[in-house]
Structures are given as C-alpha cells and as structure tokens.
Design a protein around this ligand. Sequence first.
Ligand code: ADP
Ligand code: MG
Length: 257
Amino acid sequence: MELNRVTFAYKEKSHTLHEVTASIEQGKITTIIGPNGSGKSTLLGVLSRHCLPQSGEAVLDGKAIPAYKPRELARKLAVVHQQNEAPSDITVEKLVAFGRLPHRKMWTPGGEEDDAAIEWALELTGLSGRREQRLTEMSGGERQRVWIAMALAQRTPILFLDEPTTFLDMFYQYELLELIRRLNVEHGLTIVMVLHDLNQAIRYSDRLLVMKEGKLLLQGPPEFVVTEHTMKEIYGIEVAIRSDERTGMYMVPIGVK
Ligand code: ADP
Ligand code: MG
C-alpha cells in the first residue's frame, strides 16, 4: 500500500491529515504511533476507504483505494475497529460468520469454504469451544478476540487493528500481541495497527509510522524511529533506550521536559 501526499479533512479548512506520504510493506507488521488526535485512526480510515482524501492518493496493489468496490476491498482487507458494538443476544459463531459476507452471494446460505474459514478463525483465536456463548456473557478481552475472529473469517491478506489492546489487562494485551505476530509469521498476513504503548510497538512491529498533528513525522524500523531525540520531539518526554536479551530494545520514560 502506498500513500502519496494524502490530505484529508473532516471539515473545511482544518486538515486532519496533511500531505502524508508513506508506504506499507506487504508481509510486515506496521504500527502507527503518535499522540491522541494526531490522525492515526483517520489514516486507517483512508487506507480502508472510510475517508476519501481531498487530494493525493492511497493505493493498494496498484489501484486507488476509492476506486475499489466495497466488496472487492473487503476481500483484501479486514478492519478491527477501536470500538465495536454487537447486537445484544448474538453468539460468537453468528458474529464471526458475518466476516463471510463479502464472499457470499446475497440470500444464499454459506458453503463449505465459509464454514472452513469460520472454523479457522475460531480455532486461531481459541474460541472453538465457546461458539454458542453470547458476547454479553464474555469479558472485554474475550470479546476483542471475537471481533478479531470475525475479521479473520474474512480471509483477507491484510488486517487492520485500531488500538486492539486498549482496555485489556496485561495478560490479554500480550496474548493478543502474540496472536497478531503469529498471524503475520505463520499465516503471512500483512498487519497495520495502531498502538499506544510504545514498548509494545517497538517489540511487535517491523516498521513504525509516527503521526503528529496530522503529519507523518517519521517512518522506519523501531530502532530508527524511537530514539532519545525523537521521543522528545514527538511526545515531549525524556527517555532512555535500553536493551534486554530476550525482548530486545525498549525505552524507559524518565520525565517530561
Ligand atoms: P487519533 O486516532 O490519532 O487519536 P483521529 O484520527 O481519531 O486521531 O483524529 C484526528 C483529528 O480528527 C482529531 O482532531 C479529531 O477530533 C478529528 N476527528 C476524528 N474523527 C472525526 C469526525 N468523524 N468528524 C470530525 N472530526 C473528527
Ligand atoms: Mg484513534
């Protein structure tokens, strides 16, 4: 995917994204970071056709994203939004089955391929044994897995996740990040996500995109993007960069400047 000088505004005169030029590499994990309101979700919106740029171009596989038909794009990329709401009495399996809609003809029951995709998604997210459970009876972390399973059932080569770990406790955060890594390494999915925790972003990403005030400030591998100097520039915090033999590079916030 390529973004070429993309400018987008929800309202006239105020630019939410300003001339963003970036590339997202196939088969990699790319994480968008940056302060609140910097345009991270909007950037995902442009890449998933929810926000149409006023100028510039967003391209997927050589074709401008606004030129895709919704179904056609839904076979290429699946999105797990930041906040999701399900009908109150829906079960896990029924919700996950919605992921098959872009592949099915209207008013026809699902076929073998649909069933296989649903099983695959349930299996990967550890939900096979809980298919009959209602979402209202699950914890936040478990519910988040159901939304991811729905996106996986779509069987797209690209997966977007907007702050998937927010509101989860530490165990579920790392369980989810490990799942995302598995989806990338073992199943070849291209991942684009938004994370708030910089150390998680460093550890689980091949590349980082840094947004600030609607502009893309930096892009590249974590060790290039996260330095004492850049953290001061972007977040206004003083940090120390350290390394651990098992987890690699990480940063320690020292204080605000
Ligand atoms: P982030 O995800 O980095 O927190 P967003 O992309 O959600 O930032 O928002 C960027 C800016 O656009 C913010 O100033 C936000 O208030 C504004 N914005 C986001 N969504 C809308 C919307 N639907 N209508 C108008 N303004 C919006
Ligand atoms: Mg956001």
